[in-house]
Design a protein around this ligand. Structure first.
Ligand SMILES: Cc1ncc(COP(=O)(O)O)c(C=O)c1O
Ligand SMILES: N[C@@H](CCOP(=O)(O)O)C(=O)O
Length: 472
């Protein structure tokens, strides 16, 4: 059985199912496997040409071994990826010499979050049913995680879902995906604040142990290890499509909370030959600044055309800090305490050097993002969303003459951000026909102040686990 430890070293060691239901560790840290499982080169080579769900089973099973049977995992992965509207699930397109676009947006809510969420809703439901337990999931979203969670968890009897999003800072399509479901177990809260405020509210709930236990709190943001592990799979499928493990690849990843690119790092730890993991940020560029200066410093969040990446506090960076410090939980605790106290920390030289060995980083401002949308349309007839455009702009500047294939992650469908796409290239992307009616359905939203006590009261009031007195 794979055991999981917290990046802060002071939480109970848990197995996969408990980690998945727990979300944030009780010491405020994030769970990682005690040992990184490795796949042999032959196993990696065998992924070429196989159905996506089968590869998902082979990549995920070392993390869940002894807790979820291969047969159950296979059934759930098969069902999860049958919800995708493309036969390849995550198709890979060539867009230039050595440049490839990995389309991760063919799931029910048109963003890469569906890849993990469709699977973990099934995994969580399976474990909760076996244990005869209920849970209350609270999600903080800058737009896409929330919609994916609503689609994946709506109607589940063992789950109540509360989604916190920053009021007025997401696209209409994103908001409607969270507010129009009609499911009685789904509750959308528009918080007067930024995504970072929503994420801080969520972490405060996890760190309030009395509350956490009373509502049996879970989270499905990328603080949840199960989210990361499900995202590792497409790094393997895309790289093997281009000749890995015999061939090394680079990835350029539009980055906010650092979950998606951390999944690429995990793939590398498991044996996938990856040279650069390239972080692409919008104007909220805390990560490129950190890689350049060694100082992680939170600044004011700016609203951009790629709102899902309007993030300053990148939760999963903590997992990388743990690795870069050679798994020294004391160092991680010190850095996190400094962040809490002063909004910044300074990376020790050895940690910065370790990070720079694996990661490169670039930023694209609003003009560059818009130019990348225009160029994709004019030069190739492709409509791309603004998050993908941030990565394309960074790749164009930093990876265009690469001798190694560079895979750019395309994380959302352009129709989720029609205003930004139309403003950039003059063409308004249309929602797929199966989402007809989304823009006219009635919405259910509760607007709320950025106030921990008020949000906790709301969550408690809708939590069936709390009403039944089920301890988490
Ligand atoms: C469309 C889109 N692209 C990129 C990102 C960044 O991903 P991550 O937060 O995993 O870095 C997000 C959300 O975070 C997103 O919704
Ligand atoms: N961009 C995200 C922010 C939350 O990220 P997560 O991967 O930690 O869930 C969103 O769309 O909500």
């Amino acid at each position: 059985m794979t055991r999981y430890i917290s990046t802060r070293g002071e939480a109970p060691v848990l197995g996969f199912c408990d980690v998945m239901l727990t979300g944030l560790a009780r010491d405020g840290g994030l769970y990682v496997p005690e040992v990184w499982p490795e796949l042999s080169q032959a196993t990696i080579a065998s992924f070429f040409g196989r159905p996506y769900w089968e590869v998902a089973v082979d990549v995920i099973k070392p993390f869940a071994a002894g807790e979820i049977s291969d047969a159950d995992l296979g059934r759930m992965a098969n069902e999860a990826y049958a919800t995708f509207r493309h036969p390849a699930v995550v198709p890979l397109d060539q867009i230039g010499p050595n440049q490839f676009l990995l389309e991760l947006f063919h799931g029910p809510t048109l963003a890469f979050k569906d890849v993990a969420m469709q699977l973990i809703s099934r995994l969580m439901d399976h474990v909760l049913a076996k244990r005869n337990q209920r849970t209350t999931i609270v999600v903080a979203t800058s737009g896409d995680t929330g919609g994916a969670a609503v689609d994946a968890f709506a109607g589940l009897d063992n789950v109540d879902l509360v989604v916190l999003f920053p009021n007025g800072r997401i696209s209409d399509v994103q908001r409607r995906m969270m507010t129009t479901t009609g499911a009685s177990n789904v509750h959308a809260l528009a918080i007067e604040g930024t995504f970072d405020d929503c994420q801080a509210l969520l972490k405060a709930m996890f760190n309030h142990h009395g509350f956490r236990d009373a509502v049996s709190l879970s989270g499905v943001n990328s603080i949840n290890w199960a989210r990361i592990v499900a995202q590792v799979v497409y790094y393997f499928t895309s790289a093997t499509a281009l000749g890995a493990p015999a061939r090394t690849v680079d990835f350029t990843v539009p980055t906010g909370n650092f979950g998606d690119i951390f999944a690429g790092y995990v793939a590398k730890k498991m044996g996938l030959p990856v040279r650069w993991l390239r972080i692409a940020s919008n104007v909220n560029d805390i990560l490129p600044r950190t890689l350049k200066t060694g100082i992680y410093e939170v600044r004011e969040v700016h609203a951009s055309a790629s709102p899902s990446m309007d993030i300053q506090v990148s939760s999963n960076f903590e997992r990388l800090l743990f690795e870069a410090s050679r798994r020294d939980a004391d160092s991680v605790r010190r850095l996190m305490a400094s962040l809490k106290q002063s909004g910044r920390f300074v990376l020790p030289d050895a940690m910065l050097a370790a990070i720079r060995e694996e990661f490169d980083a670039g930023r694209a401002d609003e003009t560059e993002t818009s130019a990348a949308i225009r160029a994709a349309w004019r030069e190739a007839g492709d409509l791309v969303d603004p998050h993908t455009a941030v990565a394309l702009a960074v790749a164009d500047r930093d990876a265009s003459d690469s001798k190694i294939p560079n895979i750019v992650l395309s994380t959302a469908h352009p129709a989720k951000f029609p205003d930004a796409v139309e403003a950039a290239c003059g063409v308004r992307p249309q929602l797929p026909a199966w989402l007809d009616g989304l823009m006219t359905k009635s919405e259910h939203i509760t607007v709320m102040k950025n106030d921990s006590a008020e949000v906790e009261r709301f969550v408690r009031s809708v939590s069936r686990a709390a009403k039944q007195g089920v301890a988490g």
